[in-house]
Design a binder for this molecule. Sequence first.
Ligand code: KG4
Ligand code: ZN
Length: 333
Amino acid sequence: MPIILAIESSCDETSAAVCVDGGILSNIIANQTIHEAYGGVVPELASRVHQQNIVPAVQQALQAAKVNKNDVDAVAFTRGPGLLGSLLVGVSFAKAFALAKNIPLVEINHMQAHVLAHFIGDNKPSFPFLCLTVSGGHTQIVLVKDYFDMEVIGQTLDDAAGEAMDKTSKILGLPYPGGPLIDKYARLGNPNAYQFPEPQIPGLDFSFSGLKTAILYFIRAHVAADPDFIQKNLNDICASVEKRIATILLNKLSKAAVAYGIKDIALAGGVSANTGLRHGLIDLCEKNGWRSFIPKLEYCTDNAAMIAIAGYYKYLKGEFTGQDVAPLARMPF
Ligand code: KG4
Ligand code: ZN
């Protein structure tokens, strides 16, 4: 019955979770609203806020799980990828806690943890499965052969899907992070109102920078003709952009599923909270006789529950990390 305390601090969410024997008992997420005013995450501010949030987040996670800090068997933490200053706060806390309690440390790759969030709860995919991991910094099609045996078979050559969402919202004058707002307005609009281009990238890779430029030029031209264009058509613009991003993602995912003969298809990462993408994957899988796996909303964006479940499986393997561990801003699988 291992009790794992998990820490996530890779970007702008400070999160702590407790997992007992593979079950998540608590998942505390402290969001950082300070970045809204800047239109994006400011790394130095993010690390300072992590510093303030980390102890209360851990205390709340232990309290909500009704677990005493002396009963924790191991500390799992995000080693990377992420913002170095942000990671440093979580890594330092995890090391200090493990040292004080004389318990093992378990390092976790944040992108693998997004994938392993599918092992929280009962509806688990079977190996091998495909996972489209879409966040603010990554867009990857991952072939998941086992818990820690994953291969990236397609990825973005430039911007991530979440960046495309956030940059579009910035062009539209919406606050950061824009993804959830695009989702909100898209529900009220016509997804076929405007046609944005689908990049022609060979294989299973993605590109979103051309789409971003196309959206920028489209908005500029229309605003030049009518300064109220955005206000009048916000819902239709968001619905059309969301549809294009979702179709780019799902077309490649479908190509990968056929190429690799895989029938269990999963979504992960912050952008997997997107309603259009979630519905699109369900439709795609129904048409092809595949099974779709869509995480609960609280496990889509950054959270420590996914670090805890990944930590649990690594703990069972007996793979521990030394006290000399340092965070890695870039961390391949
Ligand atoms: O995984 P995540 O929380 O952090 C990173 O590791 O990057 O992903 C954050 C990204 C942001 O770009 C945000 O705009 C996007 O996920 N996002 C969404 C939605 N919720 C979050 N994008 C579209 N629709 C949403 N509902
Ligand atoms: Zn993430």
